[in-house]
Ligand binder design. Structure first.
Ligand code: SF4
Length: 332
C-alpha cells in the first residue's frame, strides 16, 4: 500500500480558539485524517513572536490541546504535539536561515502588517518566523499543508526555500502544496477585519448560546441592506460565510435565496445560524469539559505525539546533516 502523504499544520496557543480558527483551520484538518498522515503542532515558538505572558503559556498550550482534541483531532490517527518539545524545529530553522535571502523575508506581507501593528515590538523572531514555519513543515517532509488564504505567501516562501536547499545540497525535501479549506476567510463581527482576538471581534468555541447570540445579533451584515425590505447580497455578508461553515445545504440555500428576495431579515438569518452553530459546538463543548477534567489524558497524548514526531525529526536531521557535511559529528 502506498504511504500516506504527510500533512503538517499548526496553530498558535494564543488563547481561546475562535470560529475563524475552527472553520478556517480545524475543519480543514479533520477530513485529512482519513487519507493522510497528519502532524498537528501547537506552535508555541510562533506565539512568542508577539507580546505574551510566560505565566499563561503552559495553560494556553493545554487549552489548545483540549480544543483540538474536542474538535476532532484523533490522536490514534494523527500526531498532536507541542512544537518546542521537538528541538529539531529550531535546528532546521537555523540551517534554512543560512540559505534564505533577506529580500525574500521582507516581501512577506504579514511582517509589514505586524510591524505596523506593534512598532515597539519589532524583532528578529518576527522577521524570521516564516523560516521557522518552513522548518516546521519540511522537518516532517510534509507534502500537503492546510492553510487559510492569508498563509499562501508563507507556503510559497517555504517552496522557494525547499527548491533552494534541494538545488544546493541535493534532493531532500518535497515541495509542499497548499490546501485551502472550503470556507473562505471568516471575518470578525465587524465584517471588515479577519477574526482576531487582538481586534476583539471573535466568537469563541466555548461560548454559551446567550454569549453567542449577544454578539451575533449585532454583527455586521451586508452594509448596503439598510431595511428589512431591502434585498441583500449574501456574497458580501460574513454571516453567510459562517452559514457555509455551520449550516446544512438546505439552510445555506434558503438564506441566500430569501436574502436576495428580502424574504427574511438579518435577524431571522442569524437565528438560523445560531441554531446550527449550537448543533456543532454543543457536543464539542461537552468534550472540552470532559477533557478538562482529565488533564493526565491530555498530557499523555502530547507526550505520545512528541515521541512520534521526534522520531521523524531525528531521521530528517540526520539526512540534513549528511547533506550539509557535518554528519560525522552527530553520530554519537
Ligand atoms: Fe447576511 Fe443573512 Fe442579512 Fe443576507 S439576510 S445580509 S445573508 S445576515
Amino acid at each position: 500500500m502506498a504511504e500516506k502523504k504527510r500533512v503538517f499544520s499548526g496553530i498558535q496557543p494564543s488563547g481561546r480558539l475562535h470560529i475563524g480558527n475552527y472553520l478556517g483551520a480545524i475543519c480543514n484538518w479533520l477530513p485529512m485524517q482519513d487519507d493522510h498522515f497528519c502532524i498537528y503542532g501547537i506552535v508555541d515558538y510562533h506565539a512568542m513572536t508577539v507580546h505574551f505572558n510566560p505565566e499563561e503559556m503552559e495553560q494556553c498550550i493545554f487549552n489548545a490541546a483540549i480544543d483540538y482534541l474536542a474538535a476532532g483531532i484523533d490522536p490514534e490517527r494523527s500526531i498532536l504535539m507541542v512544537q518546542s518539545t521537538v528541538s529539531e524545529h529550531t535546528e532546521l530553522a537555523w540551517v534554512l536561515n543560512t540559505i534564505t535571502p533577506i529580500g525574500w523575508l521582507s516581501r512577506v506581507p504579514t511582517f509589514k502588517e505586524k510591524r505596523q501593528a506593534n512598532p515597539d515590538y519589532v524583532h528578529m523572531g518576527l522577521f524570521d518566523y516564516p523560516v521557522l514555519m518552513a522548518a516546521d513543515i519540511v522537518l516532517y517532509k510534509a507534502e500537503v499543508v492546510p492553510v487559510g488564504d492569508d498563509q499562501v505567501p508563507h507556503l510559497e516562501l517555504t517552496r522557494e526555500i525547499v527548491r533552494k536547499f534541494n538545488s544546493m545540497f541535493g534532493p531532500t525535501f518535497p515541495e509542499p502544496k497548499a490546501k485551502l479549506g472550503d470556507v473562505p476567510r471568516v471575518l470578525g463581527l465587524d465584517g471588515v477585519n479577519k477574526m482576531s482576538k487582538s481586534l476583539d471581534n471573535c466568537l469563541y468555541l466555548d461560548e454559551t448560546r446567550e454569549e453567542l447570540w449577544k454578539k451575533l445579533s449585532t454583527a455586521v451584515t451586508d452594509t448596503k441592506r439598510k431595511r428589512r425590505t431591502d434585498p441583500g447580497d449574501p456574497l458580501v455578508c460574513n454571516i453567510y460565510t459562517m452559514h457555509k461553515g455551520f449550516s446544512p445545504d438546505k439552510d445555506v440555500e434558503y438564506c441566500a435565496r430569501e436574502c436576495r428576495a428580502a424574504g427574511i431579515g438579518c435577524i431571522d438569518c442569524k437565528k438560523i445560524l445560531l441554531e446550527n452553530m449550537i448543533q456543532a459546538l454543543g457536543p464539542l463543548q461537552e468534550r472540552q469539559k470532559d477533557l478538562r477534567s482529565k488533564p493526565a489524558v491530555v498530557y499523555d497524548i502530547l507526550k505520545n505525539g512528541h515521541d512520534r514526531a521526534k522520531k521523524i525529526a531525528i531521521e530528517t536531521m540526520r539526512e540534513v546533516y549528511e547533506r550539509i557535511g557535518i554528519s560525522k559529528y552527530h553520530k554519537h
